[in-house]
Design a protein around this ligand. Structure first.
Ligand code: CO
Length: 145
């Protein structure tokens, strides 16, 4: 199931400002950057050893990250665990009665992802992710179904 911490998500007002610190001052490498319009975020992933930092800037105030910034200000937004099988884990958690934000995995910057309800995780919004290269691997080469 869970293999490691894939990334830590940080909500920021300005991605460009945040990159000045995380990329330019700390010297972390940006390996992915994209706008995920359906989630209302501009995001960047920076490599930090075998894990990542995900910087999240809202593209509109009514997005989840926009509302978070309004309520709590900049700071730690979520933690993401890597799993080789996000769909299997999602079903297993639902079977155990765990409340989920997402009922199905969806495409995110880190791969195929889903969020658990923070009520379940003692107040920490928690994401599960299977990186696309692992996700494709898990669904390729088997018998057609
Ligand atoms: Co994330």
């Amino acid at each position: 199931m869970i293999e490691k911490i894939h990334h830590i998500g940080i909500a920021v007002r300005s991605l460009d400002e945040a990159l000045k610190f995380y990329r330019d001052t700390l010297g972390l490498h940006v390996h992915a950057q994209d706008t995920v319009e359906d989630q209302g975020v501009r995001a960047a992933l920076l490599t930090i050893g075998g894990s990542e930092i995900e910087l999240l800037e809202p593209t509109r105030p009514d997005s989840a990250v926009g509302r978070f910034l309004e309520r709590r200000g900049e700071g730690l937004h979520h933690i993401c665990f890597q799993t080789p099988d996000v769909d299997g884990d999602l079903e297993a958690l639902k079977a155990k009665g765990v409340q989920m934000v997402d009922q199905q995995s969806r495409r995110g910057l880190a791969g195929m992802i889903c969020f658990l309800h923070p009520k379940e995780t003692k107040g920490v919004l928690t994401e599960l992710a299977t990186p696309m290269e692992m996700y494709k691997g898990a669904h390729a080469g088997g018998a057609p179904s």
